[in-house]
Each structure stands twice: as C-alpha cells, then as structure tokens.
Unconditional design. Structure first.
Length: 206
C-alpha cells in the first residue's frame, strides 16, 4: 500500500463529499490547496476554511482527488484529466499492509480493510465501512457508510452499495449495479441492476 505522498492536494468539487475529503486530508496532515470547481456560482466560498477556486487555476505539481459521490461523474472527469491522482486515507482507518489502493482511491474515517483487499482507481470506501479479506472494489465504485462486505466479494466498476448494506462471502456485485441501503445481499447481483430489501431482491425497471 502506497500512501506516503506529501504533495499538496487539489480537491475537485465543493459539495458534501468534498467536505469529507478536505476533513480527511487535513486529518492526514496533507496540504489542501483548494476546492476547484467549474461553475462560477460556486466560486468565492469556502469548504472547512479551504477556498473554492476555478478549476483552471489548479497549481502545477498538485495531486488531484475527484471529490464527487457520483461514480459516473468521477468516470467522466477521470477521462478528461491526466492526474496525478492522490490516494486519500483517513488516519483512523485500519488497513492491512497487503491492501492495494489504486490512484484516486478514497478511504474515509473508521474504515477497515482486511488482507489482500484491492480498491480500484477513484473508488470510495466511506465512513466506517468494513471490507474483509480478498475483496475487490472496482474503479469508480462507492461503498457507502456502515457497509459490511464479507470475504472474497467482488464489487464491479461503478457499483454503489447503499448505507449499511451487507454482502455475504463470495458474492459478486455487477458493474454499475446499485444495492439499496440496509439490503442484505445473499446472491450475485447482475450488472446494472438494483437490488433492495432483506434478503436483497432485484427491483423491476420502470
């Protein structure tokens, strides 16, 4: 696991997840240069004391972090920007040394990542989520606060696990699938589908 960079960080975004990233970076002792946005209406404010600036003013040499909760938005921005990408880890997270964090990964307060977990580029493991051994979290995925993901679970690219969801061992969550808040996943989840409930069942498309 490589998270030892001391480069200053530019946070891309100024919403709720940007606030979490600013707090996480500050807790980790990283210098936050600003929250950088495109929309003029957002300029001039502050996020936890950090100025909101135009994205065209990101200083050279800064590492970037995509501070948006929406996976599709992170995917679009990542395709347009070259980085370099920060890896953001809250100091209260418990992370086994064998864990692999790809560039742009965001690990929030109270997270537990057990041996041989891999977190893909620009994925979010949010507050107090637990991912057990041999888990794989795809690029742009989001494991929301309080999720419990058992061992050997594969979470596909862009998948979203809602707050407090639970996944039993060995299941697969398909790419860009959604698991509802509090759902208990006992079976594999198809790509692009939405499952809700206990046990989690696929919700018909409208």
């Amino acid at each position: 696991m490589t998270t030892s960079s001391s480069a200053p960080v530019a946070v891309l975004g100024a919403g709720g997840h940007a606030k979490v990233m600013v707090a996480t970076l500050k807790a980790a002792g990283r210098l936050v240069l600003g929250c950088f946005v495109r929309e003029a209406a957002e300029l001039g404010g502050k996020v936890l004391g950090v100025p909101v600036l135009h994205e065209d003013t990101v200083p050279a040499g800064a590492e970037l972090i995509l501070a948006a909760g929406d996976g599709r938005l992170r995917q679009r921005l990542a395709a347009k920007l070259a980085g370099p990408w920060a890896i953001v880890v809250h100091p209260s997270a418990i992370i086994d040394p064998s864990v692999v964090l790809e560039p742009g990964a965001m690990i929030c307060a109270g997270v537990v990542l057990q041996p041989e977990v891999r977190v893909g580029a620009h994925a979010i493991v949010n507050t107090a989520a637990h991912v057990d051994h041999d888990g794989a979290i795809g690029r742009f995925a989001h494991v929301a606060p309080g999720c419990h993901v058992a061992g050997s679970v594969a979470i596909g690219e862009g998948a979203f696990l809602g707050t407090g969801a639970t996944v039993i061992p060995g299941r697969r969550i398909g790419a860009w699938a959604t698991v509802g808040a509090g759902a208990v996943v006992l079976y594999d989840v198809r790509d692009g589908s939405t499952v809700v409930g206990v046990p989690a069942r696929e919700r018909p498309r409208p």
